[in-house]
Design a protein. Structure first.
Ligand code: FNR
Length: 359
């Protein structure tokens, strides 16, 4: 910009631009209805717009006289050691982004030392995901027919999932779900959904059995813990009181999330909810955040506000759609590099150095 003598012009480098460009490339590469499903939001998309603005409003108080030599991004979640606090959010229909679906995501996760979220609606059998050898959490939608979601949970645990991500913000599953057009996208048949439920699980059941239960109560947390022997992280919390109730009911973590703005147009944003959640749980569980995390600054701010790690959703799909495994690895690796640069700027030499006084 400077070399071209255009400093002060409207062209400014910003860290989110690379992901904006990637989204445009993905939009060009994907059938329109697939892009529409991936990018879609609830209502008028207000919470997504607000999130972008609010993350952009973060300002740091950088430290001087600090050692910033190594700037390692190593950390852990629920005791699992990772090389980065940038994690892959569970998302349905990754097979519409790339034929290998979660297998491509898993390989990107392996290359970056991250962690993989696996949706209830994955098109990939658990055994194949497990064979990739990365830590993964199974995202649970409790279904109207609890026997079905219980079967999924038991299979995920048996296959080696490290924890359960219990999504509590979606009382209607598959609303606005992807309608597969076999002419436009022949390799993604609609029936690849729910790859971990077998034909015999589903035969004879009434329609709607796999829809999300609309009557979740807190005891589901201990039920799932006992059934799976795994820790439960509650996904979709936006209030301190709900976070506290989840911890008291046995949750090992809460994920502050608006579901990427797909659940409710006019909800508070994750960045608005994060402080009250962190305060309410008071260190009794780990706190994670997602929805609108797009830059190293956003990640550093999340960690400074008390998050242990962040999940990234749509940018992973844009990476998968444009470059498969390589594209997804570029997103996770690029965001981790940006975090490293922010750490250098704010005077944090390790993840543990990213504390509230930096905001
Ligand atoms: C999702 N998300 C999601 N969450 C979940 O618990 N189960 C799921 O099956 C899905 N599926 C899904 C599909 C698509 C296409 C998107 C974009 C998102 C939500 C996801 O885990 C995460 O909360 C958000 O995507 C984070 O917001 P950003 O990073 O996309 O802004």
């Amino acid at each position: 910009v400077e070399r071209n003598g255009r400093m002060g012009n409207t062209m400014q480098w910003n860290a989110g631009q690379a992901l904006n460009d990637l989204e445009q490339a993905a939009k060009a590469a994907l059938p329109e209805y697939v892009y529409g499903y991936f990018a879609g939001t609830a209502g008028g998309g207000e919470s997504v717009q607000d999130a972008a603005a609010q993350w952009g409003d973060v300002r740091f108080r950088p430290r001087a006289f600090t050692r910033t030599s190594s700037r390692g991004t190593a950390t852990s979640v629920l005791g699992v050691p990772l090389q980065t606090p940038v994690l892959a959010a569970p998302m349905a229909q990754q097979n519409a982004a790339t034929p290998l679906a979660e297998l491509a995501t898993a390989r990107a996760v392996r290359r970056t030392g991250s962690l993989l979220g696996v949706s209830t609606n994955t098109s990939v059998p658990f055994a194949k995901i497990a064979a990739e050898g990365v830590p993964w959490w199974f995202q649970v939608y409790v279904m109207k027919d609890r026997g079905l979601s219980d079967a999924l949970v038991e299979r995920a645990a048996a296959a080696g999932a490290r924890a359960l991500l219990l999504t509590v913000d979606t009382t209607r599953l598959s609303s606005g779900g992807l309608i597969i057009d076999p002419l436009l996208w022949p390799e993604v048949p609609g029936k690849t959904r729910l790859a971990n439920l077998l034909e015999e699980d589903l035969s004879g059941l009434p329609g709607g059995a796999t829809e999300a239960a609309g009557d979740l109560t807190l005891d589901v947390i201990s039920d799932l813990r006992e059934r799976s022997g795994l820790e439960v992280v509650v996904k979709g919390i936006l209030r301190g009181d709900d976070a506290r109730r989840a911890v008291d009911a046995g949750a090992a973590g809460v994920l502050v999330s608006t579901h990427g703005g797909r659940r409710l147009g006019r909800s508070v944003t994750s960045i608005q909810a994060l402080p009250e959640v962190v305060q309410a749980v008071g260190g009794d569980c780990e706190v994670y955040v997602d929805s609108g995390i797009r830059t190293g600054d956003h990640i550093a701010a999340s960690l400074a506000m008390g998050a242990r790690a962040v999940f990234v959703g749509r940018p992973m799909l844009w990476g998968l759609a444009t470059g498969g495994e390589d594209g997804a690895a570029a997103v996770l690796g690029g965001l981790t590099e940006e975090l490293r640069a922010t750490m250098a700027g704010i005077g944090a030499d390790s993840i543990a150095d990213i504390t509230a006084d930096l905001l």
